[in-house]
Write a protein that binds this ligand. Structure first.
Ligand SMILES: [Zn+2]
Length: 378
């Protein structure tokens, strides 16, 4: 019988700050058990997967004949997407078009990394700039909503811009940096996913003040249209290789003069504020536990290394204070506004209109679509 009284998993570093976490007789938790299941299903880093990837690259080249590009990639300037750019352009010599989303929060270092990479790798880049007045209003609405995942508006916009750009330029393949080995221990109870535009519209309608006119969003119908009718395929390329994050980072630094940020997703000031201030202060969630647990389970670091890292604060106190001041000023919120936001009741996506039930009802179809979009021999 699983128990919930234990505080920390004996294998990874997930603990009782995860609502609904369960521990089994061997002391291991439901998060890393789920990780193992996802690995079996989605990880293809063996020689068979390697062959499938070679086949896929061949196919992208073939389908790209007579077109300007073979594939589309998203670029945040972070390790995962930068390494994807390297693999695609340098290792596999595919002609990629890159898309970078400017939501107003990227650090100068992130922008410099993106620019250096596309220049060195000879990749064409489109930067999609969100309307700041409108996007600011959506972000403030999410903060006021009291739900944990205030990054949904950014993550959703990235996918919307990618799919719309792929469609516009008739590029059938989007190569993504999402990966099992470093990302797949993320409890659903911590962060609701970003695919749900109904939730975004509902929260904005309730708390927003500026009309939403140009924000790039995707309805459930849009997903069906782009992925099934238009046949755009999403390929998580890092699941087809033996992806070791530290090695990828070293290669980017040595070969492409890429510069480190000192924290996952810290290429954006808002994201750093989200991870290091908002989530710990309001919800008691420390996302480093999930990223470090995935690295432990994939054998890239030891459990002790993860525990040692967690013993330190997510960022120095001075940086946290600077980030908070910067974020509040840019969003037009006072310290009192933010204190109220942190104190107010914790809410979840279930408190607002959303499409979760639709996505769950069609999970079989989505599973089939996922297989289709990542299948390489069809
Ligand atoms: Zn565990």
């Amino acid at each position: 019988m699983p128990s919930t009284t234990q505080t920390i998993c004996s294998r990874c570093v997930m603990d009782s700050t995860v609502p609904g976490i369960q521990y089994f007789d061997d002391g291991r938790c439901s998060c890393c058990r789920h990780y193992d299941e996802v690995c079996v299903k989605d990880l293809h880093s063996d020689s068979d997967g390697q062959q499938r990837l070679e086949g896929l690259v061949e196919r992208m080249r073939r389908d790209g004949r007579g077109r300007t590009y073979d594939c589309l990639i998203g670029m945040s300037g972070g390790v995962d997407s930068s390494y994807v750019a390297y693999l695609v352009a340098k290792k596999y010599k595919l002609r990629a078009l890159a898309v970078h989303l400017d939501n107003g929060w990227n650090t100068e270092l992130a922008v410099a990394n993106v620019e250096r990479l596309v220049k060195t790798l000879h990749i064409d880049l489109i930067t999609h700039v969100l309307d700041w007045n409108e996007f600011r209003d959506i972000q403030v609405a999410f903060l006021k909503s009291g739900i944990s995942n205030i990054e949904i508006p950014t993550d959703h916009a990235i996918w919307a811009v990618l799919l719309r750009t792929a469609n516009k330029h008739r590029i059938p393949y989007i190569i993504a940096g999402n990966n099992v080995t470093t990302e797949s221990i993320m409890p659903e109870s911590w962060l609701y996913g970003s695919k749900d535009s109904r939730l975004i519209k509902a929260i904005h309608k309730r708390f927003g003040k500026v009309e939403m006119k140009s924000y790039p969003s995707l309805s459930t119908f849009d997903y069906v249209y782009f992925l099934l009718a238009r046949g755009i395929r999403w390929i998580p390329i890092l699941n087809y290789i033996d992806y070791v994050k530290a090695d990828a980072k070293r290669l980017l630094i040595d070969e492409l003069s890429w510069r480190d940020y000192g924290g996952k997703h810290y290429e954006s000031i808002f994201t750093r504020f989200f991870h290091a201030s908002y989530l710990p202060e309001k919800f008691g969630f420390d996302l480093r536990k999930s990223y470090l647990s995935a690295l432990v389970c994939s054998g890239q670091i030891t459990r002790q290394q993860a525990l040692d890292e967690l013993a330190n604060p997510p960022a120095p106190a001075e940086i946290l204070r600077q980030d908070r001041d910067y974020v509040l000023k840019k969003l037009g919120l006072s310290n009192e506004d933010y204190d109220r936001i942190v104190r107010e009741k914790l809410r979840s996506y279930r408190d607002y209109p959303n499409s979760d039930a639709v996505w769950r009802r069609f999970s079989t179809m989505v599973g089939w679509a996922r297989q289709r979009v990542t299948r390489v021999d069809g």
